[in-house]
Design a protein around this ligand. Structure first.
Ligand code: G3P
Ligand code: CA
Length: 243
């Protein structure tokens, strides 16, 4: 069973921060899941929401901005923000990391990466940009050592990424109809659905088409046990210590 720490060990540390990814390694995760977006000046950064309001102090730090959309801020502006205090004052000052900073941590902690391209339709060219940045990390591509999965809800992005980096493991997020699984099996290696309502028939159908199943986001031990009994290959969780 693969243990994917969702936004890092996000039950215990502020999501999508270096602190959360570091803790995921301590708690036995094999992979960290994270969300990639792009700044106004073209840098790949790690943050879930398309605005900064929920997880940073952007509204008080930049009160005069017309909006707090991530893509309207430069990386220098983002790096002045506090992405930790909203979760717990103990993590005050924890920054929004760049993808490059996270990749460096993953190499040091021997963690794999489940990279979600978040709303890639808003960021023209982001498939190639993500690929170029990943290719700087040769350790991720070592033969026999699967250290990288790229996933998205965006079907067009998955199809494009398949042509950009053909040998990287690709996951489609969501639950396509069983009738569509055959065609998806020509593009994707994983189908990663929400865990609620996942059935044995659906898991079996994905397996019959040669793909793996890695549902999200299961933290409750009863849910984890149910998914294990269904035969999923991995679980995306905020609590990697429970897998
Ligand atoms: O990796 C799957 C999961 O992260 C998708 O949902 O909203 O947490 O990005 P979300
Ligand atoms: Ca995600």
């Amino acid at each position: 069973m693969l243990n994917y720490a969702h936004r890092g060990a996000s039950a215990y540390r502020p999501e999508n921060t270096l602190a959360a990814f570091d803790r995921a390694a301590d708690l036995g995760a094999q992979y960290v899941e994270l969300d990639v977006q792009r700044t106004a000046d073209g840098v790949l950064v790690v943050l879930h929401d398309d605005t900064l309001l929920r997880t940073t102090n952007a509204a008080s730090a930049f009160p005069d901005r017309p909006s707090w959309t991530v893509a309207d801020f430069t990386v220098a502006e983002l790096q002045t923000l506090d992405a930790g205090s909203w979760f717990d004052i103990r993590y005050g000052g924890e920054p929004i990391p760049t993808l490059a900073e996270v990749l460096d941590l993953l190499r040091r902690r021997d963690l794999g990466l489940l990279l979600e391209a978040k709303s890639p339709d808003k960021f023209p060219g982001i498939a190639t940009q993500i690929a170029d940045e990943l290719l700087t990390q040769r350790w991720m591509f070592r033969a026999g050592a699967a250290r990288l999965v790229v996933e998205s809800f965006d079907a067009d992005f998955i199809r494009e990424f398949r042509t950009v980096l053909p040998r990287v493991t690709l996951g489609l997020l969501g639950s396509p109809e069983i009738a569509q699984l055959e065609s998806w099996s020509r593009v994707a290696d994983q189908i990663n659905p929400h865990h609620l309502g996942l059935t044995q028939d659906y898991v079996d159908a994905i397996h019959e088409h040669g793909m793996t199943v890695n549902p999200w986001t299961a933290d409750d031990p009863a849910d984890i046990a149910r998914l294990t009994a269904l035969g999923v290959e991995g679980i995306i969780t905020n609590t990697p210590d429970r897998i």
